[in-house]
Design a binder for this molecule. Structure first.
Ligand code: UDP
Ligand code: MG
Length: 318
């Protein structure tokens, strides 16, 4: 059984795989005991899968999973966690934004007795101001609204103890926000700080749409504040309409010939209450949509190919 598992999700990363393997194998040489490198192909359309097969033939420590289509980063990591066999499990990105050289430091903390060691960015090198700004704002909003304390500026780059991964694997939820679930589990957690490098090569695979959807998922999975927001909005508009009624009454009694009830006033009121209702229904819809997803109970992913895990049994929950 390997002592360490490295989990790396891969979506169209052909330009990065060789360099990734080079840097990760340097690290693997340093480690005191056996390692498995789990590469997860998340429905890549380039040569990534082919390169993974090659690596597996060349190096028996390399195992790989190939999902049957693109399921998204969080699901790819989930698949890797389901198969990992190590006592310490490390998740990192394929584009070398998460430096493998930080791992020995994480392992030290793990040996000190921490169950989760997450990497916290103190700086993002050469990322667009838009990405930095939206990420900054998002993590602060999430921290205010979420029920659990999700540390700011942390990604999925982390080390988790076997115990944590076993718990994660038993969580049946479909919309998986791993950073949040990891924080929810508890135990002893700590941070190591690092500067996030730019991508080694290739385009960002997290498009704005994917990031937005991840952000929404995390808010809805970890907070009920948006639901409460519709109560506040409703109370606010009820208060506003009561004020308006009093105002109209006052005008009727004291200025009988005022001509205030123009079409514009009515239209504004109609649109205002209409939008309050639509926003509330929209928020409800988001939560109900999640319930619907969970109730269907489909597997989280489908696998097309698995290699390298033959040496012993592994846990699969799909
Ligand atoms: N990724 C994936 N599936 C996707 C999108 C991304 O497995 O649908 C992987 C990608 O190959 C990379 C990691 O997730 O290893 C992070 O992606 P990216 O670098 O584009 O995101 P960012 O660093 O901007 O968060
Ligand atoms: Mg990246």
């Amino acid at each position: 059984m390997p002592q360490y598992s490295l989990i790396i999700p891969i979506y169209n990363e052909e330009e990065n795989i060789s360099e990734l393997y080079r840097r990760v194998s340097e690290l693997m040489e340093q480690l005191d005991s056996s390692v498995e490198l789990i590469l997860i192909n998340d429905g890549s359309r380039d040569r990534s899968l082919y390169m993974m097969r090659e690596l597996h033939q060349k190096d028996p420590r390399v195992c790989y999973l190939s999902l049957a289509r693109n399921f998204g980063h969080q699901v790819a990591v989930t698949a890797g966690l389901n198969f990992a066999r190590g006592e310490a499990i490390i998740i990192l990105d394929a584009d070398l934004q998460d430096p493998p050289e930080l791992i020995p430091q994480m392992l030290d903390k793990w040996r000190e007795g921490y169950h989760v060691v997450y990497a916290q960015r103190i700086k993002r090198n050469k990322e667009s101001w838009f990405k930095r700004f939206t990420a900054y704002v998002f993590y602060r909003i999430l921290r205010r609204l979420a029920d659990v304390d999700i540390p700011a500026d942390t990604g999925d780059f982390c080390l988790m103890d076997r115990q944590i991964v076993d718990i994660l694997n038993r969580m049946p939820e479909r919309s998986r926000y791993i950073r949040g679930l990891r924080a929810w589990i508890g135990f002893r957690q700590t941070a190591v700080k690092f500067e996030r490098d730019p991508r080694f090569a290739g385009e960002v695979k997290y498009t704005f749409r994917k990031s937005l959807s991840l952000a929404l998922n995390s808010l809805i999975a970890f907070s009920r504040v948006p639901l409460r927001l519709s109560i506040y909005l409703g109370l606010f508009s009820a208060f506003l309409s009561a004020c308006m009624a009093l105002l109209v009454l006052y005008w009727r009694l004291h200025q009988p010939n005022s001509s205030l009830t123009g079409l514009a006033t009515i239209l504004i009121a109609v649109f205002f209450f209409g939008s309050v209702q639509l926003i509330s229904i929209g928020i409800l819809g988001e939560y109900i949509g999640r319930i619907y997803e969970e109730v269907k109970g489909r597997p989280i992913y489908t696998l097309a190919e698995v290699a390298g895990f033959e040496s012993s049994s592994c846990s699969v929950n799909s």
